[in-house]
Design a protein around this ligand. Structure first.
Ligand SMILES: Nc1ncnc2c1ncn2[C@@H]1O[C@H](COP(=O)(O)OP(=O)(O)OP(=O)(O)O)[C@@H](O)[C@H]1O
Ligand SMILES: [Mg+2]
Length: 433
């Protein structure tokens, strides 16, 4: 059903081409913002590629020759990315790192609105000899556009663009790039917030490790005393074998070998402690889970003995390799083991057994920490992993919530079940890479 009358068709065709142009612009804008999102996804820890992509996309949208991206700081607007046309001679100085008062940016700061300078050479700042304006003209830049980046009405940065000849930015171009700047600001804010959140989580995890190790100090000191005392005893024995007439070198060598083993053991305990107390950026490395867990068992062994707990481990051979942050995984084990020992030290009768198991599961591994303590009520089962949930007078209630976020960051799951006839079982999985 064709409803066009004669004479309407050209208008309709005109409308059609307007629509097509509009559509083309929407597509360009979408492409620009998805380039930024892609940069964020592929570089979540480093913002520089994100800054570069924002600037490059915005420059293309505005069809400018050159562009500069600045972010607001206490001291002024700091340059975070710049893209200068290759036809600009190298000998001209690069854009200033920080711009303070007295430049074109004053107006942006005051109005927080985009502004356009059709020809810098005709602008009063140029005529007044303002250095930035003079440099622009010297570089051959004539038409400029400044676009604000706003977060809740607050100026957080700016995108500025230049053309090497006098050619006005059209209203459409200004609108496109202003919309894009608003979207890029939101994307950037999300990344910045996520980075802050991650840093906070790391600081929290570190504080939790220090606090847990703090609870174990007496036991660790006791654990260290044993190998050191053994070194002294073996040293005395070695001297006696050597003092014999004739000296018994074989026996002396045997004593010295014992000394070396004991010293190694003490070194390993201290090394494990140092790893756990240092604050390092998370790493993704191949972790020998058995070895990592053994180190934690050594650190907690005296605490278990002090509380009358017997520890047994069952690690199946031929485990798949897992990848992750060794120290963080040790922190999870440390929290689960300390929780289990603390739970059992309150029980009046019955065995106090801690069983640690590592099995292959679903292409990765599953680790279990089982105790014979009072077990888990339905109230605690539903709240265990909440931050600050604790039933201990000295507890912070952060242990399990941190463990869960560590395991989730490794792509695994952590959960708890009540055991029959008594006790609790905590299990976590780590998928193989
Ligand atoms: N093995 C367990 N048996 C029984 N209850 C447990 C066990 N592990 C944890 N819980 C319960 O879960 C609560 C939360 O544990 P979580 O490790 O998060 O904090 P916390 O041990 O109380 O304090 P901290 O921050 O020092 O670890 C504990 O207070 C306890 O009530
Ligand atoms: Mg705990």
């Amino acid at each position: 059903m064709n409803q066009f009358k004669a004479g309407e068709a050209p208008e309709a065709a005109h409308g059609h081409s307007d629509l097509q142009m509009e559509l083309a612009e929407v597509i360009r804008q979408r492409a620009a913002i998805s380039a930024v999102l892609r940069a964020i996804a592929s570089s979540p820890h480093n913002l520089q590629p994100v800054f570069d992509t924002i600037l490059d996309s915005a420059r293309r949208l505005s069809r400018a020759d050159s562009g500069v991206f600045r972010l607001m700081e206490e001291a002024g607007l700091r340059l975070v990315a710049s893209k200068v046309s290759p036809t600009v001679l190298e000998e001209f100085s690069p854009p200033p790192k920080l711009v303070g008062p007295g430049s074109f940016y004053d107006r942006l700061i005051a109005t927080k609105l985009p502004f356009h300078i059709p020809d810098v050479a005709a602008h009063e700042l140029y005529r007044a000899g303002e250095p930035l304006a003079v440099t622009q003209v010297k570089r051959g830049f004539r038409t400029l556009l400044f676009v604000p980046m706003l977060r809740n009405e607050e100026l957080i940065g700016s995108l500025s663009f230049a053309r090497q000849h006098v050619e006005h930015f059209t209203e459409k171009e200004i609108e496109l790039v202003t919309d894009f700047a608003a979207q890029a600001t939101i994307a950037l804010e999300i990344v910045r917030r996520e980075q802050q959140y991650r840093q906070l989580q790391m600081a929290l995890a570190h504080a939790n490790r220090i606090a847990t190790i703090g609870q174990l100090t007496a036991s660790i000191a006791h654990e260290l005393k044993q190998p050191l005392a053994a070194v002294a005893i073996d040293g005395g024995a070695a001297l006696r074998w050597l003092a014999k007439q004739p000296p018994d070198n074989d026996k002396a060598r045997g004593s010295v070998e014992h000394m070396i083993k004991d010293a190694d053991r003490a070194t390993r305990i201290i090394g494990g402690l140092r790893d756990l107390t240092n604050q390092n950026a998370p790493r993704a490395e191949v972790v020998d889970l058995k070895e990592a867990i053994d180190e934690v068992i050594v650190l907690t062994y005296s605490e278990a003995v002090k509380s009358g707990v017997t520890v047994s481990t069952r690690v199946l051979p031929e485990l798949p390799r897992v990848q992750g942050d060794r120290v963080q995984l040790q922190q999870v084990m440390l929290n689960l083991i300390v929780n289990a020992i603390q739970a059992m030290s309150g029980t009046l009768e019955g065995p106090r057994e801690l069983q640690i198991s590592v099995d292959p599961s679903e292409g990765g591994v599953r680790v279990g920490v089982r105790d014979t303590g009072p077990g888990l009520s339905s109230e605690s089962l539903s709240r265990l992993f909440e931050p600050f949930y604790t039933t201990k007078p000295e507890g912070m209630g952060m242990g399990l919530s941190i463990c869960r976020s560590i395991i989730q960051a490794h792509g695994g799951r952590l959960w708890a079940i009540a055991c029959e006839p008594q006790g609790a079982l905590f299990q976590f999985t780590i998928p193989a890479p």
